[in-house]
Design a protein. Structure first.
Length: 435
């Protein structure tokens, strides 16, 4: 009898848990449509016009995206290793946010062979299993099939596989659109897409500084369909000048913010007839060449000027309190492009010239790190170089004394300026220690 009671109780808990989870779907999936009227494309969600105000977000703050006026984010994969897709979608839905759910698709540059029909079929079936659990979630906007599958790829059969995935998705899910995100575009690539992946509802492209030329590229590729820009933002590390020893020179946070605004105004907003939305990269923080290059947040969660710009773009007004701005940062009276060579143990002065639009009191932190040598490709994981302690004296102020490391090699000095209200400015200067 006790066993029967226990079994009945466990069954009750299981049904209760299932009922609570299914309650998320009470409203059912949103019906998403792409419509064309007089040569212009627009997105409809449940019959209402929907303008994407998007960001790439995998581990960043969904509430802060909503607070700043964003209404959509994209992921790169269904399972991110930290939170289940249901948890991500549930939080998004609670905040009125839609999600372009990324689907991890194997890349040729990582060793996948698209001539291996068995492996391609196994991948398709795995994706089918993964999407079944979330395809009816009300926060879902569309499916992003793979990310930059064309990057350093030579086998066009990858687009056959993408088309098969799209066909499968449309078969089991009649409510949502499909796309794939490309690393740039050219006429040959677009011709391949048209021939081999016609089932996609639209294309998505990813550009950084070169986004200013995207309208011309779209014309040159004879792409007349709808598209999204699924990554744009900071100037890429491959698009900047380098030091004599090959270190890419990063824009400071104020330069980046200016570029964000200019690129949006020049290349994204005017193309609304075809471009149905864009996703700024990255709503969060990551290490890629440096810890500050691509994220609009710092690792400690501080917002940078790029967040202010996106707030202005999305909401039409500046936030009540804004981030500090960088005028310049120098090391030994030299800037980042000045090929600064130092001797081991040499003492030099660093100075930052910072202003704050709200006249907030600024505090500073100066950090010395090795130049990154664990270099990924196409956004692949990179480990963050270690911080070298004990090299900066008089820290916490706009000027500091730095002692050059003893070991020969490439380094960077990072400057962080905080306003005490959750905002920060940053800059870094590469230098080389030489005997």
């Amino acid at each position: 009898m006790r066993y029967l009671i226990l079994i009945t109780f466990l069954m009750y808990l299981g049904c209760k848990e299932k009922s609570e989870k299914e309650s998320t779907y009470m409203n059912g999936p949103s019906k998403v449509e792409l419509v064309q009227t007089d040569g212009s494309y627009s997105l409809l969600v449940d019959g209402e016009p929907y303008i994407i105000k998007g960001a790439g977000l995998e581990f960043g703050s969904i509430p802060e995206l909503a607070e700043h006026g964003g209404n959509t984010f994209r992921t790169w994969r269904i399972e991110n290793g930290q939170r289940s897709p249901i948890e991500v979608l549930d939080e998004a839905d609670s905040l009125g946010i839609k999600v372009v759910m990324g689907i991890e698709v194997a890349r040729e540059r990582h060793g996948f062979d698209y001539n291996d029909t068995a492996a391609v079929r196994a991948q398709l079936e795995q994706i089918r299993n993964d999407v079944m659990a979330i395809k009816d979630h009300p926060a879902l906007l569309m499916w992003g099939i793979g990310n930059e599958l064309n990057l350093r790829a030579t086998n066009p059969k990858v687009w056959d596989a993408v088309n098969e995935i799209s066909l499968m998705l449309h078969e089991i899910d009649t409510f949502h659109l499909t796309t794939t995100s490309l690393a740039g575009i050219n006429p040959e690539l677009v011709a391949d897409m048209k021939q081999r992946a016609p089932d996609l509802d639209l294309l998505s492209v990813q550009f950084y500084a070169d986004v200013v030329n995207l309208p011309r590229y779209i014309d040159e590729c004879n792409w007349t369909g709808a598209y999204m820009i699924t990554e744009w933002g900071a100037t890429g590390h491959w698009e900047v000048g380098t030091t004599a020893w090959g270190a890419p020179v990063e824009n400071n946070s104020t330069q980046k913010a200016r570029y964000y605004m200019e690129r949006y105004q020049d290349a994204i907003a005017p193309e609304a007839d075809q471009c149905i939305g864009s996703f700024v990269f990255l709503w969060g923080q990551k290490q890629e060449r440096t810890p500050t290059w691509y994220g609009v947040y710092l690792e400690d969660g501080s917002e940078t000027e790029a967040v202010d710009v996106m707030h202005k773009i999305w909401k039409g007004n500046w936030p009540a309190n804004r981030s500090p701005s960088v005028d310049s940062v120098v090391l030994d009276n030299r800037g980042a492009f000045d090929n600064i060579y130092l001797q081991p143990g040499q003492m030099v002065e660093a100075r930052a010239f910072i202003s704050d639009p709200d006249n907030d009191e600024i505090t500073y932190n100066w950090v010395v790190m090795y130049e990154s040598t664990d270099l990924g490709d196409g956004g692949d994981f990179e480990s963050t170089p270690p911080v070298l302690d004990g090299l900066v004296t008089e820290n916490g102020h706009s000027s500091a004394e730095m002692k050059a490391p003893q070991m020969e090699g490439a380094y960077r000095l990072f400057m962080y300026a905080y306003d005490g209200n959750g905002h920060a400015a940053h800059a870094n200067i590469p230098f080389f220690v030489k005997q």
